[in-house]
Ligand binder design. Sequence first.
Ligand code: FAD
Length: 477
Amino acid sequence: MRFLLSAALAFSFAATASAIRTPGIQQILGPKLSSGASIALSSSSAPRWSQYEAPRAQIVVNVGSEKDVAETVKYCNENRLGFLAQTSGHGWANTWTLDKGDVIINLRALNTVNVDKTKKTVTVGGGAIIKEIVEEVYKNQLHVVSGGCNCVGTGFMLGGGLGRLMGEYGLAIDNLLSLNLVTADGNTITASASSGDLWWALRGAGHNFGIVTSYVVRAHPWINNGTHWSGNIVFSGDQVEAVTKAIDKLAFQKAIAVHYYFAVDPSSQQPVIIVNPFYAGKTDDARKAFKPILDLKFIADTTGPIAWNDLNTSGDFFCEKGSRKPAYSAGLKKLDPKTFRNIWDAYVQFIKKNGVDKVGKSAVLVECYSYITARAIDRASTAYPHRDVNFQALILGWYDDKALDREAEKLGKYVREQWLSTSGFQRDHAYINFARGDEPLAAIYGESWRVRKLAMLKKKWDPKGRFSQYFPIPAGY
Ligand SMILES: Cc1cc2nc3c(=O)[nH]c(=O)nc-3n(C[C@H](O)[C@H](O)[C@H](O)COP(=O)(O)OP(=O)(O)OC[C@H]3O[C@@H](n4cnc5c(N)ncnc54)[C@H](O)[C@@H]3O)c2cc1C
């Protein structure tokens, strides 16, 4: 176990605060940890994707083994410290209640990825990020369902996991075979289909039931030798209704996915519409499938064949850590052109008023996937409650100056309300991994039977609410 002295000196206030509540974390927990572990009294060793309403805990236990995770949970329980598992720090919720003396359990070093080519399974360390998984899987001429950004960690899987190959293989959780978990009392278990209702809860509400130290997913043989079709088709703002309508009406066959953005074009410094289509397969088939969009009047088109392991490069700018990034989201059944016109106008006004140099990385994003395979799975068989959602929409403010929080929040609330009021659903949907924290429990976790079942399981597996930082589920409901 290493103690990061320089970090401790640099953050003497944090060290003082933690010393009050954790006399001897290095002395008591330290010797129980593996040689690869370290304890830092500064959160800088586990950076967050967004500084906006980020968790405040300042003690970071950088674990090096599954046993380290279990020991840390036990230590926190014995010393009444709150804790939060962190893989890559992308969770943008505002539900964190940790204070400075609490503990981040940083899993990032548990990042092994082992592919069994014969069984077509992949064993992933609980701290691995998407890039590490994709590269290893691609080398073995296989595919898995992964998210659209290289930097994202295990939280992706626990909430459901939406990605471009979903049409072919279902949600990421639909491909989950087992996971190793440290429970609220610090025990280590393996959960799988034979684990009853816990297995149900882990697939969609998993952040609330334990710390995953590794998991096994199903892999699939390459489609089209691992080469697909993607790129950016760029439109000016006058096309917003036409683009929205074309995406809404697109036949979302299994091979198709679309990321639909409003963003500032780095070269022109102007807001533009970007359609980032994806087709799992050959270019000719892709161009036929996307004809309704390719027929529109675009400014630029960079689409073409692309290797599966290069696909996420187009989203690398989203991975940049730091800054303030308040996000608001909604699950939609349909895309309403008038709504998207209103949102475009509000987005452009926000950029113009506050300046491209200050807020120009802010963006609107709609993730559009084929749900053919995800809907072939019994909707009640996992805790993921949004299989009827066709489009996952979100708006992201992105800036450094805290003084812009109010403007960004105002825009975010307006945009979300626009979406919710024309979503095509009777009730609100908020995908846990995109949600903010001010939504009702039913929007996150679904119908009341689901929330009741989760609460009952919470009572059994985590009665003291140790895992209660990310859209907490009350033990009594
Ligand atoms: C740039 C970007 C791109 C994204 N792209 C997609 C996408 O394509 N598809 C999609 O579905 N979502 C996407 N998301 C949302 C993403 O899935 C969530 O933010 C997710 O919670 C991030 O997980 P993380 O491990 O990276 O973050 P963290 O902040 O480390 O974790 C988020 C939550 O998961 C818990 N957690 C993390 N690791 C573990 C573990 N090993 N065991 C138990 N709990 C754990 C944490 O305690 C926390 O509550 C994206 C987010 C960002 C910021």
